[in-house]
Every structure is written in C-alpha cells, then in structure tokens.
Write a protein that binds this ligand. Structure first.
Ligand SMILES: NC(=O)C1=CN([C@@H]2O[C@H](COP(=O)(O)OP(=O)(O)OC[C@H]3O[C@@H](n4cnc5c(N)ncnc54)[C@H](O)[C@@H]3O)[C@@H](O)[C@H]2O)C=CC1
Ligand SMILES: CC(C)CC(=O)C(=O)O
Ligand SMILES: [Mg+2]
Length: 348
C-alpha cells in the first residue's frame, strides 16, 4: 500500500534541510522496501509570494488527504511587515488547527557524544531523557488579538476539554516511560493556568492513578530544566510555555538543530517538523543542521506510519554519524547540510 506524504519545505533553511533529509528517507525506504509517494506543496512565505496566502486551499486539501505531513520551517524578515493574516506564521497556526494536531511531542534525549558540546559540566546531562508534550492548537497564539494606538491585547483561552485531551496524551506517554508527569503552568497568576492545574489534577487522579503527577510553575521550570534536567520524564504544558521551554531544552542536547517533533490529533495525518525556525541568519549557506528534520522523519515513520524498524535504523544512523563527528558546524563538525545528511543516509 502506497503511503502518501505531503512535503512543505517552506522558507529559509526549510528547503535545504527538506532536500537533504529526503535522501535519508529515500535510503531508508529502499532498504526497508517502503512504498511512499511524495507531493510537494506551497506553504509559508513562499506560498505568500506565489499565491498571496501562507496556507493555500490546495495545500490544505493535500494535507488532509495525506498519511503524513513533513514540514521544514516558515518565516523570514521579508515577511515581518505583512498584515497579520498573511504572515507565514499565521499559516502555520492555521495548518495546525485545520489538521487538528493538538499534541506536539518533543523528545529531548541526551546524546552522550554531544555532551561535550553543551555548556554543562561532565556528568550533568547523564540520564536526561525527557518528552515535552506541548498543547498546540489553543492558548494565547490562537486568541483574539487587537491593537490600538497605544495598547495591544492577546487573549489566552483554554477549555476543559482541550486540557483533558492533552493531559491524557501525557498520561499515556508516561505509562510507556518512567511513569512521571510534570505539569507546567503559571497558576499563581493566570486564570487559564488555574483551570489547567484543576483539570490536570482531576484527570490524572481519575484516569492515571498509577502515574506520578507533579506541578511546577513555568518560571521555576525554566530554572530546573537547567539545574536538574535528569529529574524529568514527561512534561506537559500549554502552547506558549512549551514553545519556549523546548528551545531552552535543546541546549541540553547541544543544538536547536537536532530536536524533532511530531504533532498529532485524534485521527488524520500527523505533522512532523524540527522544532527550530527558518534560521534566516544561516539560510542558503549550507550550514543548517539537517538532524532535526531527519529525526522528525524517524518520528513520522514510527508514530505516523507504523514503521518502527525503519525509524530505529534512522535513529541509529544519526547516532553513528554524530559519534563519528560527521556533523555540521553547530555541533563542532565541518560538514555541509548535504554532506551531514549523506553521512546519515549511508549508515541507514
Ligand atoms: N515551525 C516554524 O516554522 C518556526 C518558524 N519560526 C520563524 O523562523 C524565523 C526565524 O526565527 P528565529 O527566532 O531566528 O529562530 P530559529 O529557530 O530559526 O533560529 C534560532 C537560532 O538557531 C539557529 N538554528 C536554527 N535551526 C538550525 C539548524 N537546523 N542548524 C543550525 N542552526 C540552527 C539559527 O541559525 C539561529 O541562530 C522567524 O520568522 C520565526 O517566526 C520560528 C520557530 C518555528
Ligand atoms: C510560529 C510559532 C508558533 C512557531 C514556533 O515557534 C514553534 O512551533 O515552535
Ligand atoms: Mg518555537
């Protein structure tokens, strides 16, 4: 059976990492005899340039008909002065909402060969193995926005059912791991966080009594992620806190260029993308690390397409290339984006 994959390379380094990572997927598909078809769709700034809108209707229909969606990254300074509705980032939010992918799964796994590249002393990162479950289709990014001459507002809204479903994702994930969930909020100040804490406490007590639940305020978590990262198993949090904390968490691994993500709903295709943005500062220079994109392909194979063996082979190839030092400059290597991807492709 052919599996249909929509590719949206996007802007900045998006096309570079998508093309390079594609060669790893080609190698894996050949070795494991996967029957995949690809459709490249306009999305983000490049879609604004060509069609006037960041998430064109035919891209939306292609995504909805696909088995999985691969995304590079969107955005760039040339789009920053566009009206809000036309911004590439608005297309990203619209796509996540349209596909109903409310659960953004971001694994943060210490890679021993990279520990020396981080800012942390020897041994500090031993045992770091975290999964952040970020709520992706609610909260302040999606709330009503308004602007006057000397004021601006962004509404932050969460409903009970939005919180319940993401907490269940965290509970299910914890059961497959060390059985611990840390829920992150700002319930000492925010009404949405008070609701978040109430609902999380109830759902976990009623449905996941076997899972240990802790609560932590987001400012304290920003500190604890650095001071005691090995203490955490599954972290569940709302949209903006998860966005910020995972960029921070990438420093536990060595570069934002290596972290992947999977965004899942209850049905329909998942969306698989690195956690970083379009990195305009290095775009077009062959410097972008393709590992976040390649690891997102591994997540697509495991979580989205039910091909865990192929996913494991890609993950092992990534680890072997890192171990050998066949990596881009952000990880201390000397390879270009293409060469770093090829170093992984030949190890699959
Ligand atoms: N999912 C998406 O498409 C996202 C898009 N954005 C957009 O991306 C644009 C740039 O945003 P920034 O704040 O600069 O964040 P960014 O994540 O693109 O870059 C932050 C820093 O990390 C570096 N970096 C990022 N990815 C890398 C990689 N694969 N290899 C090596 N270094 C890498 C960049 O060079 C830069 O110094 C903005 O327009 C923003 O809105 C930001 C985050 C996510
Ligand atoms: C436009 C932003 C919400 C994208 C982002 O930073 C992310 O999803 O990590
Ligand atoms: Mg982000």
């Amino acid at each position: 059976m052919t599996r249909r994959i929509v590719r949206m390379a996007g802007d900045g380094i998006g096309p570079e990492i998508m093309t390079a990572a594609g060669r790893v997927l080609d190698a894996a598909a050949e070795k494991f005899r996967l029957d995949l078809s690809f459709q490249d769709c306009l999305f983000g700034g490049v879609a604004v340039d060509e069609t006037g809108t960041p998430f064109p209707a035919d891209t939306e229909s292609a995504c909805k008909a696909a088995d999985a969606v691969l995304l590079g990254a969107v955005g760039g300074p040339q789009y920053d002065s566009l009206p809000p509705e036309q911004r590439p980032e608005k297309g990203l939010l619209a796509m996540r909402k349209a596909l109903g992918v409310y659960a953004n799964i971001r694994p943060v796994r210490n890679i021993p060969a990279l520990a020396g590249r981080t800012a942390f002393r020897d041994g500090h990162l031993d045992g770091v193995d975290i999964v952040v479950i970020r709520e992706l289709t609610g909260g302040i990014y999606f709330g009503a926005k308004d602007r006057g001459d000397d004021w601006a507002t962004d509404e932050c809204r969460y409903t009970t059912s939005e919180i319940e479903r993401i907490v269940r994702r965290a509970g299910d994930m914890a059961r497959q791991r060390k059985g611990r969930v840390t829920s992150v909020d700002k319930s000492n100040v925010l009404m949405t966080s008070k609701l978040w804490r109430e609902v999380t406490t109830r759902v976990m007590a009623e449905e996941y009594p076997d899972v240990t639940l802790d609560h932590m305020l987001v400012d304290a978590m920003a500190m604890k992620l650095i001071s005691s990262p090995a203490d955490f198993d599954v972290i569940v949090t709302e949209n903006m806190f998860g966005d910020i904390l995972t960029d921070e968490a990438s420093m536990l691994v060595g570069s934002i260029g290596v972290l992947p993500s999977a965004s899942m709903g209850d049905d329909g295709p998942g969306v698989f993308e690195p956690i970083h943005g379009s990195a305009p500062d290095i775009a077009g220079q062959g410097k972008a690390n393709p590992i976040g994109m390649i690891a997102s392909i591994a997540m697509m194979l495991e979580t989205g397409l039910g091909e865990p063996e192929t996913a494991a082979a890609i993950t092992a190839a990534i680890d072997a290339a890192i171990e050998a030092g066949d990596v881009t400059g952000d990880l201390g290597g000397a390879l270009s984006t293409d060469a770093a991807a090829d170093a992984i492709a030949r190890r699959v």
